[in-house]
Design a protein around this ligand. Structure first.
Ligand SMILES: NC(=O)c1ccc[n+]([C@@H]2O[C@H](COP(=O)([O-])OP(=O)(O)OC[C@H]3O[C@@H](n4cnc5c(N)ncnc54)[C@H](O)[C@@H]3O)[C@@H](O)[C@H]2O)c1
Length: 353
């Protein structure tokens, strides 16, 4: 029996995701995802929201991230294992599903390791667009691992950043990142210390991986008038910034119930003041109010709605049947109550084949 149309669901493999990115261009992908993100941030209240479901182990975490806008439902499976890299494995891998709320049938299956890098970069760019001081030209990129190039290109394409100053505790990571960004149109400067990297930068993005409360930036390193994207602190017991920086900053978050568990603000009291990023976009709450004195911190941990936006974007990209193949994923018996009979008929079909 060949699978019916209803049984077949588009699947975007890693290979197809790479083909899509190479055809459209990384920066265009990020810029397009950023517009889907902004659309969804602006209708934030109507989404189902819950802190992600995390299964922690000594070595890392495996998380499920569900949400719905009432029409479609999405979830992502993602891990975070900082020790993986030294074993030749990635710190973060992911896949996800978009489904119809009306029928519960899946609409799309996708690799989301690369898609997560695109959406995380697009989210940083979206936050930076609203929070960075006017006229920002230079960013520091602390942590030059898998996410780093995407983060830099996102700020170039969405926010017009021209210079990126790179630092990683492992110089090989910085070499890799500089090599990959050569020809991007950005001025790329390799730095030997985090202090050197943040020199003259109006935007500081930290995207490091360590399973501990690290101090990637200490208080005396951060002057007034900067915007920080703190991306790597995204788990209980895993932060990047000294708490005094958080104390001096106006902090913007995705979903407070999740960020208070996972973000930089896990170091702060439960009632530490924060602003939800979506409210800045709708104009309900102020973002940056002073270019010279204020430190803004986007305490980004990654929220399910961002993956939902990315999956929506991807679904629209593959709607013409390109960059995907069809998987036989949904059992589709002729009589919906006769699932058992469908299996039996397959046995008969196999024995006569
Ligand atoms: N907020 C989000 O939405 C989101 C999304 C994806 C990944 N992440 C997080 O971002 C982090 C980076 O992810 P990745 O896939 O790039 O990981 P990765 O392992 O590929 O890269 C991390 C880099 O950080 C460097 N590093 C570690 N400690 C450092 C320090 N103190 N100073 C400077 N560099 C340091 C490592 O040498 C490595 O090159 C992870 O912690 C991951 O969980 C967050």
């Amino acid at each position: 029996m060949s699978a019916s149309d209803l049984a077949l669901i588009p699947f975007v493999s890693v290979q197809n995701m790479m083909r899509l990115i190479l055809e459209i261009g990384t920066e265009t992908c990020i810029a397009e995802i950023e517009t889907y993100l902004e659309e969804d941030f602006r209708r934030w209240p109507l989404f189902d929201k819950t802190p992600r479901v995390a299964s922690h182990s000594h070595e890392g975490v495996i998380e499920l991230m569900p949400t719905s806008d009432g029409i479609e439902y999405g979830f992502k499976y993602v891990n975070g294992h900082p020790k993986n890299m030294k074993d030749g494995l990635q710190t973060v891998t992911a896949f996800g599903v978009l489904a119809s709320v009306d029928t519960g049938y899946p609409l799309l299956f996708a690799e989301m390791t690369i898609l997560t890098a695109l959406r995380t970069a697009a989210t940083s760019a979206l936050a930076t667009k609203y929070l960075a001081p006017k006229g920002a030209t230079t960013m520091a990129m602390i942590g030059n691992g898998a996410q780093a190039e995407f983060q830099a290109l996102a700020l170039k394409t969405v926010c017009g950043i021209g210079t990126v100053r790179l630092f990683d505790v492992d110089p090989k990571a910085t070499e890799k990142c500089a090599r990959n960004l050569a020809g991007s149109g950005m001025t790329v400067i390799k730095c030997a210390t985090p202090e050197e990297a943040i020199l003259g930068a109006q935007i500081i993005t930290t995207c490091t991986a360590d399973k501990k409360n690290a101090t990637v930036l200490s208080d005396n390193m951060v002057g007034a008038g900067v915007h920080i994207n703190g991306i790597g602190g995204d788990c209980p017991g895993k932060t990047e910034l000294h708490r005094d920086i958080v104390m001096r900053s106006d902090v913007f978050v995705e979903y407070p119930e999740q960020t208070r568990i996972e973000g930089e603000i896990q170091q702060m009291p439960e009632d530490f003041p924060i602003t939800e990023l979506w409210q800045v976009m709708t104009g309900d709450k102020p973002g940056r109010t002073d270019d010279a004195q204020q430190i803004t911190l986007f305490d980004g941990v990654g929220f399910a709605i961002e993956d939902f936006s990315a999956l929506r974007w991807l679904r629209d990209k593959v709607s013409q049947g390109r960059f995907c193949h069809m998987l036989d994923m949904v059992a589709d018996p002729d009589d919906p109550r006769d699932l058992f009979g469908m299996v039996q008929r397959e046995r008969e079909r196999m024995s006569t084949a």
